[in-house]
Design a protein around this ligand. Structure first.
Ligand code: SMO
Length: 763
């Protein structure tokens, strides 16, 4: 395994570019002379459009075009997407109300795009938007998931999008009936705003009937498919590119309405058109994350073994089905329903609802953080109610090493794992033994200290296939074309280092090419912790073919049988010859001989099975009971990511993921008023964590190499977030337990913690 696990922390080659202002984001590269688009968005959460008159706006200075839904329809466009739907429990399909690209007849959330103004300058477009006559007959806003109230879509009576179930409800009930003990917990998973550092944006241009859309996405091919569909174009008539992208986190994976509208404007005007979201606009229009409440229950036998697990959730989808939304809290949640515990009797029931809020979709982890949060909160609660150490209760119920491969009740097959080993390492790294002394020291200062554990598992998601094309360029460099899409994670470094490691081609000669649907035929983009495992698997396949081809070439050139030639990842060696060419040297020889076929190699490969990153997060919080302020004081992560390609970048992924998890747990929360106005629409009101809000994050790798792929890798992109929520929440609950707090829901802001402790609400 040494071959795949050199585990060198190569420094990020892209950082010189990023840190010296040489990054090229979509707003940096819009074509000269592109017109500016600005979206007029609904100022109210719910209502019928009584009047939409854009004639004054269309006449305003600098304005070239104003588009409404009627214009899109008149142009014959397919004006909306319904999103993917799940099956209901009775076998029917979940609701599929169309989400128009620009509001048609009705608006359903504050921020929904109603009209698009295109002008010479952004200021002119914005000014013209004020001239649009938009008269909305307001309807009551439906802001919760309770029955009754206004209906958003005719297709969804009672605002119910779906009722989905998985598992064996009857067997689960029987296990509860027979249980020695049962434990239940009802908890909320607060809605958050994703807040990528770079907001969404795009530009579009048409050249000889071919559409080019550049946007900051998570991969070009999904966007290309939807654009083809909307405009009725052939494959060769659409090109999508993703330049440097400043964070996506799931939120940028979707093909948003703005991209279609900008493309249509560029077509009508026969000029390039650009759009860049502003921060508050992003807060009102980027898909949001989480937002569900769950009742979770365990049945136990007399030996403290869990005999059944039942979760019933309600999830808030916002005003429409975003692209993947119906899958997040259902199928993706179910992937790791039972986490690392050996329990076969389970039932998951999820009902989805529409409300007059921004649509909700994938956010770092997409269903797995939600599932692990519920499970790891419940097991902690169960330990308290059963009077067992929470670490011990986990150990009792862990899937044991000799049970692998282990197929879960929801049909996932975990290949390997050694949860006890990881947990023991976490106890040491977190200095669990020193906790009581730290707690006592804080108590002398009037402060409360709590410790929380989360043992998480996640699965990689998305397309298990990927392609890798290696090209020996005329200038002696080598390009590798990849189907994934860096959003800032360091892919350029990791892929180049891996190819270098496998071929001996010097790292500095390798360039990673990504994000252009004209350059590589297919690719799955970034998401679901898939990128490095899936992409390197493709690289391996390509390297195998390259090695074979160069071996055959050398064999012909030297007149030595191919069976006598070997390649050791650096040099080719032929028996009885002291000629030991590198792959780069052979490529040059091939070029001289006119063997163009040896200069390009392109293979696709599919991972044979999913892999399952897992690990233990241990958080310690300190709470000031006078103010309710929660400080995340210590944070320890021990992860089993299998073999690491670049430990430093894996650690960086964990740091970022933990920051997002701690942010949700301690600070972040979307707040709407009863009329559906977003009260947290700027960083004045929405508390994103800053560096000073986070402690040093200790990261340790305790790998159990995966057997699901030959690299022994498991993935790491979302793991930090999956583990962080319950670790922090359990720590807060630990600190507050002896103060009588039994309902501890995120986020643990001072105000909310004070209320929990004092049992009363402050305004
Ligand atoms: S939330 Mo992700 O991009 O699977």
């Amino acid at each position: 395994m040494e071959k795949f696990g050199k585990s060198q922390s190569v420094k990020r080659t892209e950082d010189v570019r990023f840190l010296t202002g040489e990054g090229r984001y979509v707003d940096d590269i819009a074509p000269e002379g592109a017109l500016h688009a600005y979206f007029l968005r609904s100022p109210v959460a719910h209502g019928e459009i009584a009047e939409l008159d854009v004639s004054d706006a269309a006449e305003a200075d600098g304005v070239h075009l104003v588009l409404t839904c009627a214009d899109l329809e008149a142009a014959g466009m397919n004006i909306g997407l319904a999103g993917m739907v799940v099956d209901n429990r009775d076998g029917s399909k979940g609701a599929a109300p169309m989400r128009p690209m620009l509001a048609k007849d009705r608006v359903r959330y504050v921020g929904e795009p109603v009209a698009m103004i295109v002008a010479e300058t952004l200021a002119q477009a914005r000014d013209a938007a004020e001239l649009v006559m938009l008269d909305i007959d307001e309807l009551p806003a439906k802001m919760d998931m309770a029955a009754g109230g206004e209906t958003l879509h005719d297709e969804a009576p009672d605002n119910k999008a779906f009722d989905w179930g998985m598992g064996d409800a009857a067997a689960t009930q029987a296990a509860f009936d027979a249980a020695a003990r049962t434990v239940a917990l009802e908890i909320e998973d607060n809605r958050i705003i994703v807040n990528s550092m770079e907001p969404r944006g795009c530009y579009a241009e048409w050249t000889d009937g071919k559409l080019h859309v550049a946007n900051n996405g998570q991969g070009v091919w999904a966007h290309k498919g939807f654009l083809k569909q909307a405009f009725g174009l052939k494959d060769e008539e659409v090109r999508v590119t993703n330049p440097d992208t400043g964070g996506g986190f799931g939120m940028k994976a979707m093909t948003y309405n703005e991209y279609f509208c900008v493309a249509q404007a560029a077509r009508v005007l026969d000029r390039p058109v650009r759009w860049m979201s502003e921060r508050t606009e992003a807060m009102l229009s980027d898909n949001q994350g989480r937002d569900l409440t769950s009742l979770a229950e365990f049945a136990f036998d007399a030996d403290k073994r869990i005999t059944a697990y039942r979760v019933t959730s309600k999830c808030n989808l916002g005003a429409y089905n975003s692209q993947f939304a119906q899958f997040i809290q259902t199928q993706l949640f179910s992937r790791v329903l039972m986490g690392v515990y050996d329990v076969q009797t389970t039932w998951l029931q999820v009902d989805g609802f529409y409300t007059n809020t921004v649509p909700v979709d994938a956010y770092r982890g997409a269903g797995r953080p939600e599932a692990i949060y519920v499970l790891e909160r419940l097991i902690d609660r169960a330990a308290r109610e059963l009077g067992v150490d929470p670490w011990e209760l986990r150990r009792i119920n862990f899937i044991k090493p000799d049970q692998f491969p282990y197929t879960t009740s929801t049909g996932e097959t975990y290949d390997v794992g050694d949860f006890n080993k990881v947990l023991a390492r976490a106890a040491a790294e977190a200095d669990r033994d020193g906790f009581e002394a730290r707690k006592a020291a804080d108590a002398r200062r009037g402060l409360l200290r709590g410790q929380g554990l989360c043992y998480y598992i996640e699965s990689i998601l998305g397309d298990p296939s990927e392609g890798a094309k290696v090209v020996f360029e005329d200038d002696g460099t080598v390009s590798i074309y990849v189907g994934t899409q860096s959003n800032g994670q360091g892919h350029e470094t990791v892929y180049a280092a891996f190819l270098s490691d496998q071929t001996g081609i010097p790292l500095e000669k390798i360039t990673v090419v990504q994000g252009d649907s004209d350059l590589i035929a297919q690719g799955g983009g970034t998401g679901g912790s898939r990128s490095v495992t899936t992409q390197n698997n493709a690289t391996l396949a390509t390297v195998a073919k390259m090695t074979e081809a160069f071996t055959a070439f050398l064999s012909e050139e030297m007149g030595v049988p191919a069976s006598e030639i070997s390649f050791d990842d650096e040099r080719f060696r032929a028996e009885g010859s002291n000629l030991t060419p590198t792959m780069l040297e052979l490529a040059e020889m091939a070029r001289e001989k006119g063997r163009e076929d040896l200069l390009t190699h392109h293979e696709r490969a599919t991972l044979p099975a999913r892999s399952f990153p897992n690990g233990a997060h241990v958080a310690e919080v300190v709470i000031d009971p006078e103010t309710g302020i929660v400080i995340t004081d210590r944070y320890t992560v021990v992860d089993d990511f299998g073999n690491l390609i670049n430990p430093m970048l894996a650690e960086g992924q964990v740091h970022g993921g933990v920051a997002q998890g701690v942010g949700q747990a301690v600070q972040e929360r979307v707040v709407y008023d009863e009329d559906g106005q977003l009260l947290t629409a700027s960083f004045m009101d929405y508390a994103l964590p800053r560096a000073a809000d986070l402690p040093y994050i200790s990261f340790t790798s305790e790998p159990v190499p995966s057997t699901a792929n030959i690299m022994g890798m498991k993935g790491c992109g979302e793991a930090g977030t999956v583990g962080a929520l319950a670790a922090v929440a359990n720590a807060v609950q630990d600190a507050l337990w002896e103060h009588g707090v039994r309902q501890a829901d995120m986020p643990f802001t001072p105000h909310r913690v004070w209320e929990m402790m004092h049992g009363e609400r402050i305004a």
